[in-house]
Structure formats: structure tokens, C-alpha cells
Write a protein that binds this ligand. Structure first.
Ligand code: NAG
Ligand code: NAG
Ligand code: NAG
Ligand code: NAG
Ligand code: NAG
Length: 458
């Protein structure tokens, strides 16, 4: 009955809160792709891992299966290239890393010494050294009660049968959650706990205490539009971030995640352009309600307009199609028909100057790739997204072409080729974090709009 979307990711870099004031909380945000940083002999294999991760993620966002209270999601490969943030819970505070995700809403952590995680042996972490929240070390933890209004955020038609209607001392707890993944799961109990920032604490914060999972070496901080998300529970009016380049995946470079609950946000140097968020018209698949949809009006490659059918640009009355912004996807993914239009235009324009690198395309899973033989001497076509309200996102070349290798460049936008026949399921265009690098992005929840501004983030 209610959205309850989770997914599995991997995060390593632990970060510390830096600044905070009564109305503003600032956290540092780092690429959490250290897991990708396994010394693969071939940089294209690393990109290929990110391609697979992006496609798996896209599949999950497009096919969220919503049950009574549970969403099934597919497995996320550990090579996931997300961004991670540290949050502190409890009294005294326990600080843990979370993957920051704008396409889901629950906040949960691996919980108790007995947290069991199967298939959790990754290069940089194993099931023994996963950071866990220890409830018995906190004096402020409570199991979320059935009658706690927070419980009702997730289980909207919940009847607390064991509770005497008039009793104030009901001991019935909010039902446990179980989330099944494509090849894994997580589950646990909902807690009411204090979320602690240096100068501000949020009491009665609903957080998931996962006791078992598969492939979940860190928690997830849901920043989606659901009432259980971190911004919703904190009453945040806007939050913003500026993602440092994925070039820093292996280094402890971070940028700020700013949560503003009043006053002036600051942050951006320049004029932020805005485009309104839109709601998915269909509420039946509640996971779609968690997503930040924007209205993409126009896409150009080297000044040439890509003629994208309208149904892909905005969600239709059936709820499918449209464009979302997602911090949890690495590469932007597009439905096949849209991708073909974009890829073919790049192939046409860039192909005039450089030969295709078919081998690298095969190894990386990216397309098109060009052999630039050492250096890019010709100007690459500009990729521009134009949104409702006239806000234009002119992407830095590094956001849509990868320069990992000296002689070859590849377009870092992906598609799931299995999707064809023009049937669109879920969002058609998912703007991933690779395409958000070196942009200041502001999620203005009060005015229901997305703001962005190109700037260097580190
Ligand atoms: C969730 O949905 C699946 C498949 O539709 C079903 O088998 C399962 O019993 C459902 N779980 C609950 C708790 O309803
Ligand atoms: C966890 O254990 C693995 C394997 O033993 C090790 O390589 C890694 O450095 C450890 N990670 C942390 C964060 O301690
Ligand atoms: C609860 O309160 C209502 C109204 O005050 C009363 O009619 C009802 O009998 C009470 N129920 C119980 C189980 O005490
Ligand atoms: C904006 O500019 C000021 C002063 O130059 C600088 O301190 C601040 O970090 C900049 N903010 C961002 C988000 O780049
Ligand atoms: C790129 O082209 C150069 C010169 O033609 C060639 O030597 C090199 O092997 C090519 N690289 C790849 C990865 O195809």
C-alpha cells in the first residue's frame, strides 16, 4: 500500500560531518566506487562493470515490484559507482557510511553484531568488517511502535490489532520489513532513533535495522520523495550537492551534501537555473512516486536536435516514460529508441574525424567508442539537455565521454538493448551521477523544482 523501495549498493568511504547550523546541515559526499578500484588490468573492464551496474540499476528503477509493504529489487553489482555519506545515529552517536540515493526513500543500516550478510565478501570489505549499528549501545533506541505515526508512513492501512484502541502503552511493534532482491534480500525491524548532526538532533527518526541481507555491505540513505525519506523526516526544504568527478574514485576527495531546513542555502556560485519536478500521474506503482521526475524538453548533440518522441520525455497517463534524476545510477540510461537517436548522431558527427574502436566497444559495453590516437584534436559535439522553464544543462565533455584511456574515448550513456518494440516501462531516461559531475544540483522540495549550475565541485 505504500512505497517501500530499497535497493542494494556498496559503499566504502567513510565520511565525517563537517559543518552544521540550526538551519543547515553540511555533510561530505564522496564517490563510493572504491570497490570499482580493484586493479583491473584493463580500464575498459572497469567501465564495463559500471555499465552493468548502471543497467541493473535502470532495470530495477523501471520495474520496481511493489507488494503490500515490500519492493523486490534486483541485485546491484559491487562495482556500483555511487556516492556515500556518513550519518550518526543513537546516544552516544554511532557513525556509519550510507549510499546516498535519490530514487528510494527508506534509510536503513546493517544492524546488530549478528547482522548476517551472505555473498558479502568484496575486495575491500567482507561480512566480518561491515560497519553495523549496535542498538544495545544506544540509550535512545526504541523499536518502532505500531501506533507510532512513522509506522503509518510505510504501512498506510495498518491495523494495530493487539493494541487496545485507547491504550497509550501499546507494546505492539511496527511490522518487520523484508525486501527481496533479484538474487538477495534484506530485512529487519524498524527503529525509532535519534539522528545526530554536530549541532542538531532529530528525534523519533524512523530507520531500518537490517538483520540479514544478501550483498548489502552498507546501508542506504533514501533521499527520494516518500514520507519516510531522510529529507522528509527531517523537514528539509531543500538539499543540494555537487558531485566530485569520478576521477577521484580512488582518493578520499569529497564534496558537500547540504540539507537546508530554513534560511539561505548558499552553496552555488552563480545563477541557478530551475525546472519544476513533476509527479508521476499514476499512483498504483508507488515506487514511481519516489522518483524526482523532470520535464526534458529538448536534447541537442552538436547543435542538432534529437527528435525524441514525447512519450519518452514525460511520463504518460500509464505512468511509463519520462525523465528522472538519480544520484544512485552511474551512467545515464535511455530507452533503446532514444539511445539510438543519440548514439547515431554522435557516430555521425564524431565519426567524420575519428575511426570507431570496435574492440573497446566490445570490452567496455559502451557505444560509440572512437580511436582518437593519443589526443582529441577536434572539438567534440556538445550535449545539451533543455528542461521545462528553459533551464539548459550544457554538459562538460567529461560527463558524457570517458577519457580513461589515452587513445580511445567512449560515450558514457547506456541502454538496455532488450527493451525494444517501443514499449517503455518506467522512466525512459535516468540521469545518472556521471552526467551530474561538476554540477551543483539543488532539490528544492518546498518549491518542487530542481536547480542546477555548472561548476567545479572539488
Ligand atoms: C509479494 O508478491 C509476490 C509475487 O507477486 C508474492 O508471491 C508474495 O507472496 C507477496 N508477498 C506478500 C508479503 O504479499
Ligand atoms: C575488511 O577485510 C578485508 C579482507 O580481510 C580487508 O581487505 C579490508 O581492508 C577490511 N576493510 C576494513 C574497512 O577494515
Ligand atoms: C475506548 O474509548 C471509547 C471512547 O472513549 C470507549 O467507548 C471504548 O469503550 C473504549 N474501549 C476500550 C477497549 O476501553
Ligand atoms: C563559492 O565561492 C566561494 C568564494 O569564492 C567559495 O568559498 C565557495 O566554496 C564556493 N562555493 C562552491 C559551492 O563552489
Ligand atoms: C588507435 O589507432 C592507432 C593508430 O592507427 C593504433 O595504433 C591503435 O592500436 C589504435 N588503438 C585502439 C585501441 O584501437
Amino acid at each position: 500500500m505504500h512505497r517501500f523501495l530499497l535497493f542494494s549498493l556498496f559503499s566504502l568511504i567513510s565520511l565525517l560531518p563537517i559543518v552544521s547550523s540550526a538551519h543547515k546541515v553540511t555533510l561530505s559526499l564522496s564517490p563510493s566506487a572504491a570497490s570499482v578500484a580493484q586493479p583491473l588490468s584493463n580500464p575498459w573492464q572497469k567501465l564495463n562493470q559500471l555499465v552493468i551496474a548502471s543497467l541493473t540499476r535502470a532495470h530495477h528503477l523501471k520495474h520496481p515490484k511493489t507488494n503490500i509493504s515490500v519492493t523486490k529489487t534486483p541485485l546491484f553489482p559491487l562495482s556500483y559507482g555511487g556516492y556515500s555519506v556518513s550519518l550518526s545515529f543513537g546516544t552516544p552517536p554511532q557513525t556509519l557510511p550510507f549510499v546516498m540515493d535519490t530514487a528510494s526513500s527508506l534509510v536503513w543500516f546493517p544492524c546488530t553484531q549478528r547482522y548476517k550478510c551472505s555473498s558479502c565478501n568484496f575486495p575491500n570489505i567482507n561480512s566480518a568488517n561491515i560497519s553495523r549499528f549496535i542498538p544495545k549501545s544506544s540509550s535512545s533506541v526504541k523499536i518502532l511502535g505500531c501506533k507510532n505515526s512513522k509506522c503509518g508512513l510505510i504501512y498506510s492501512n495498518l491495523e494495530c490489532n493487539q493494541c487496545d484502541q485507547n491504550s497509550t502503552s501499546c507494546t505492539e511493534t511496527c511490522p518487520p520489513y523484508i525486501i527481496q532482491y533479484g538474487s538477495g534480500s534484506t530485512g529487519g525491524l524498524l527503529l525509532s532513533e535519534t539522528l545526530v548532526f554536530p549541532e542538531k538532533s532529530v528525534d523519533n527518526f524512523m530507520v531500518g535495522c537490517s538483520l540479514f541481507s544478501s550483498r548489502q555491505p552498507s546501508g542506504i540513505a533514501g533521499f527520494g520523495r516518500g514520507p519516510e525519506s531522510l529529507p522528509s523526516q527531517m523537514g528539509v526544504k531543500k538539499f543540494s550537492y555537487c558531485l566530485v568527478s569520478h576521477r577521484f574514485d580512488d582518493t578520499p576527495v569529497s564534496s558537500e551534501l547540504v540539507l537546508v531546513s530554513g534560511g539561505n542555502s548558499g552553496g552555488a556560485n552563480g545563477t541557478v537555473k530551475y525546472t519544476p519536478f513533476r509527479k508521476n500521474p499514476v499512483a498504483f506503482n508507488s515506487a514511481f512516486q519516489d522518483y524526482y521526475y523532470v520535464t526534458l524538453r529538448k536534447m541537442t548533440v552538436g547543435g542538432i536536435r534529437i527528435k525524441v518522441p514525447y512519450k519518452f520525455l514525460v511520463p504518460g497517463s500509464d505512468g511509463h516514460g519520462g525523465t528522472i534524476v538519480d544520484s544512485g545510477s552511474t551512467f545515464t540510461s535511455m530507452d533503446n529508441q532514444v539511445f539510438e537517436l543519440v548514439a547515431q548522431e554522435f557516430e555521425r558527427q564524431v565519426g567524420k574525424h575519428y575511426p570507431r574502436a570496435a574492440d573497446v566497444e566490445k570490452q567496455s559495453g559502451l557505444r560509440p567508442c572512437f580511436n582518437v590516437s593519443g589526443e582529441v584534436t577536434k572539438t567534440l559535439p556538445k550535449l545539451i539537455f533543455e528542461f521545462k522553464g528553459g533551464a539548459k544543462m550544457e554538459l562538460p565533455v567529461g560527463d558524457y565521454f570517458s577519457f580513461l584511456d589515452d587513445s580511445v574515448i567512449c560515450m558514457t550513456i547506456v541502454t538496455n538493448n532488450a527493451i525494444s518494440q517501443g514499449i517503455s516501462v518506467g522512466p525512459s531516461i535516468i540521469l545518472g551521477n556521471y552526467q551530474q559531475q561538476n554540477f551543483y544540483l539543488e532539490y528544492d522540495l518546498e518549491k518542487e523544482r530542481l536547480g542546477f549550475l555548472k561548476q567545479i565541485c572539488n
